[in-house]
Design a protein around this ligand. Structure first.
Ligand SMILES: [Zn+2]
Length: 461
């Protein structure tokens, strides 16, 4: 049964731009029909601008939004990822469930306003500040589920397995006490979260934090345990983000991280290799062939000085990829695409690197690829405007100065490359429900107040 319909003069379908498109969806918020070259039936609302698929955000650590912008000063002779991590640990050490919920509520409203319609939460703060589990072990994960439900963003929860502080089973350090859990307790946590995720249409997966944090036996046992709960559940892992991590992995095993993972784990299309920045030729080829998604987080990788993913090489091997806002230095799907394309231009000294022969418009080509890869990594039907997928879409603001008077593909280009950090988004719909109207989420003010209050409390000495 049709629950909702919307007409758009221009819409970006999986095969490219189409004119005069009528979308219909059912009560479950799933698209049932996409008809191009038609007209608006009487009484059906028309979109104010071009319709583009909502962007799945495949990598988020919600609480890190609380200190975005606060680590931009020199703390030592040479600042790096590792000095940033020290500050992150201090912040994570003080976080209470109400802070987590307030920060995530604002963040997810912000994401919706910025063109993300779903998010994968890589959730590694599990315990109380002294390292003991909460009475309900799922407390902090539940805070995130509530935040997602409140603002109406699609959700994939990835509880993080974290056991060691370095390769070879190094014991965890004090800053990691809230993250640490046994494989057994992780599987019990997944069991308890599964019905709670199902109840709100969220997907539940698993995130082994990284090869430095999860020893081989634990990795194997955790995946076997996850399979017993859901054989198709997504698996995300941080990998090859830093050159030091690559060196440490070689010193420990004789192999590079991605190489080791491909040799020892059943990596396939369920997997998301987050960052995968530092790979050899052979790793690019093998990782792409595995079907795994490369989880690119361009502004965070730039912020942390990680390095540059080789997108042309990945694409030559037909690798899937999607976007994450990770540390939330930036929460804006368009800006993430801009950073990705510009880093590739700087590295290759070429332009329009993300375009292809089939799709010469670079913003269009990047959007379609990131939506498809992001959907795969999310384990949810959020892969764009076609029947069977969720009715998750963004309506660009055709009245925004950067877009006015342009054709639809050029409007998307202007949105990504020339909107000067102002948003050219008019509306955002998730599962056939309007969540952002005239550029704002209904809970914008309330969520913003809660966020500022939580951040002030966390920064107080
Ligand atoms: Zn991350």
């Amino acid at each position: 049964m049709t629950a909702g319909r919307l007409f758009a003069a221009d819409a970006l379908l999986p095969e490219g731009w189409a004119k005069n498109v009528l979308l219909a969806w059912n009560d479950a918020g799933q698209l049932t029909r996409i008809e191009a070259g038609t007209h608006a039936p009487a009484g059906v609302q028309s979109a104010k601008g071009p319709l583009v698929p909502g962007m799945p955000n495949l990598h988020s650590h919600a609480f890190q939004r609380g200190f975005a912008g606060l680590t931009e000063f020199r703390a030592g002779e040479q600042d790096s990822f590792w000095s940033w991590r020290t500050l992150m640990y201090r912040f994570a050490g003080r976080l209470a469930p109400q802070h987590m919920e307030a920060i995530a509520t604002w963040l997810y409203a912000e994401m919706l306003e910025a063109g993300y319609t779903s998010v994968c939460e890589f959730q590694y703060v599990h315990h109380q500040d002294d390292g003991r589990p909460y009475a309900d072990d799922a407390t902090l994960s539940l805070a995130l589920l509530r935040a997602a439900q409140k603002v109406g963003i699609g959700f994939t929860l990835l509880p993080v397995l974290y056991q060691t502080s370095g390769f070879g089973g190094l014991p965890p350090n004090e800053g990691q006490r809230r993250f640490i859990r046994s494989t057994e307790s992780m599987l019990a946590l997944l069991e308890s979260l599964k019905p709670r995720c199902d109840a709100q249409g969220a997907c539940l997966g698993l995130a082994p934090h990284s090869l430095r944090a999860v020893p081989p036996d634990a990795l194997r046992e955790a995946i076997a345990g996850l399979d017993a709960i859901d054989r198709s559940a997504p698996i995300h892992i941080h990998i090859a983000e830093q050159t030091r991590e690559v060196e440490d992995c070689i010193a420990w095993s004789g192999s590079r991280p991605v190489e080791w993972l491909l040799d020892h784990a059943p990596v396939d299309a369920r997997w998301c290799l987050v960052h995968a920045t530092h790979m050899s030729d052979a790793e690019y080829q093998r990782a792409a062939a595995s079907g795994a998604v490369a989880g690119l987080c361009p502004t965070t990788e730039a912020n942390l000085g990680d390095g540059i993913f080789d997108l042309p090489r990945w694409r030559r091997h037909h690798g899937a990829w999607g976007l994450g806002s990770d540390s939330h230095a930036t929460v804006n799907a368009a800006e993430e695409l801009l950073m990705l394309e510009y880093s590739q231009r700087l590295a290759t000294r070429q332009r329009n690197v993300g375009a292809s022969a089939a799709q010469p418009q670079v913003a269009t080509a990047l959007t379609l690829a990131a939506v498809q890869g992001g959907a795969q990594a999310s384990g949810r039907a959020v892969g764009g405007l076609e029947a069977g997928q969720q009715a998750d879409f963004v309506i660009l603001d055709a009245d925004h100065l950067a877009l006015q008077g342009l054709g639809a593909p050029e409007m998307l280009s202007a949105h990504v490359f020339a909107s000067h950090r102002t948003s050219a988004i008019d509306a955002v719909w998730v599962g056939g429900k309007p969540r952002v109207a005239a550029g704002r989420h209904a809970l914008h003010d309330e969520a913003a107040r809660g966020f500022v209050q939580a951040r002030s409390q966390l920064l107080k000495d």
